[in-house]
Design a protein around this ligand. Structure first.
Ligand SMILES: [Zn+2]
Length: 320
């Protein structure tokens, strides 16, 4: 669809990509910016094609490399900072768009996680979308159109990104990451169609680590307070890993809750026996409370709460 729009010189000035995290929305946006600005194959003529008739970027010219390295002066990227996209970010975008761009470039504004714009920022963006500067294209990404201001959705061309089929992910992990078939199956099933998620966890170590986390949170209720503190301290020591750990915990409690009704829908398919045992032991309302506690901890830390304190509160809740 994008290639056709390019061939006909009818690229919409605002495009909205929706879909789960890690299915390729941002990568596609960057590729689009590269194609439109490639000095060798594209530029504003958008006319060069490969044998299959697809439009492509060379990947080697100055423009392609600058975009890849995130230093192209006419590619503006806006991401949430501190959990939100704020009005100041849109104002400074407005100011830079008011400056003249390099005449040879198509300017791109990538707004990642546009659903995290607060209403003020959303309305400011809307004003820009209503009268977009020449040769400037906006690409917004979000999980779903329902997460955005309807006025922004109605001004954009919407393209939905589907999850990557499990079998495709598995094959990729085996051929490109050297996982065994069994490991690839586990990683692909946890990743739920997201390449980013799959690549994050694509190694045998991750599977061991997941096993360690789910065993530990399963045993927490019977363990002494000193152990719980040690566990919280261990989690706090490696902040980089926390996002992944929260994901493991949420998936685990979700699987325990889902198992009695639809065992075929659990994510941790390889742990079905443990899930069956545990699911009998914990009442459903407690599972929901624990999963909620994980989400609360995640949000608190996104908002700069005290790390150690937040994890202590979380581990205490998980130990109930
Ligand atoms: Zn190029």
């Amino acid at each position: 669809m994008l290639c056709n729009a390019l061939k006909n010189h009818r690229l919409p000035h605002a495009i909205l990509f929706t879909g789960e995290d890690g299915v390729g929305k941002s990568s596609a946006a960057i590729e689009l910016a590269r194609v439109c600005n490639c000095r060798l194959t594209g530029g504003q003529e958008h006319s060069k094609k490969d044998a299959a008739g697809e439009i492509f970027a060379c990947g080697n010219c100055r423009s392609c490399r600058k975009i890849e390295n995130g230093v192209h002066p006419d590619i503006h990227s806006i991401k949430p900072s501190g959990g939100y996209i704020r009005i100041e970010q849109i104002r400074s975008l407005y100011a830079s768009l008011a400056l003249k761009s390099d005449a040879a470039s198509a300017r791109f504004v990538l707004i990642e996680d546009a659903h995290l714009m607060n209403a003020e920022a959303g309305n400011a963006l809307l004003k820009i979308l209503e009268e977009p500067p020449d040769l400037t294209f906006f690409v917004l990404t979000a999980p779903d159109t329902r997460d955005l201001l309807p006025t922004i959705v109605s001004r954009s061309r919407h393209i939905r990104f589907n999850p990557i089929p499990q079998k495709e992910l598995e094959d990729y992990l085996v051929s490109h990451r050297g996982l065994t078939g069994q490991q690839a199956m586990i990683v692909a099933s946890i990743s739920r169609g997201s390449m980013a998620r799959a690549l994050n966890i694509a190694d045998a170590d991750w599977i061991n680590y997941r096993n360690f986390i789910v065993e530990t949170i399963g045993e927490l209720p019977g363990l002494p307070a000193a152990f719980r503190h040690a566990f919280a301290e261990m989690l706090a020591a490696d902040r980089e890993k926390l996002e992944g750990i929260f994901e493991i915990m949420k998936n685990w409690y979700r699987d325990l809750a889902v198992f009695p009704w639809s065992p075929e829908k659990i994510y941790n398919q390889d742990l079905i026996r443990q899930i069956k045992n545990r699911a009998m032991q914990i009442p459903p309302h407690l599972l929901i409370e624990k999963a909620d506690a994980v989400v609360r901890a995640e949000k608190a830390l996104a908002g700069n709460a005290n790390l150690r304190l937040t994890l202590d509160v979380l581990v205490t809740k998980l130990a109930q």
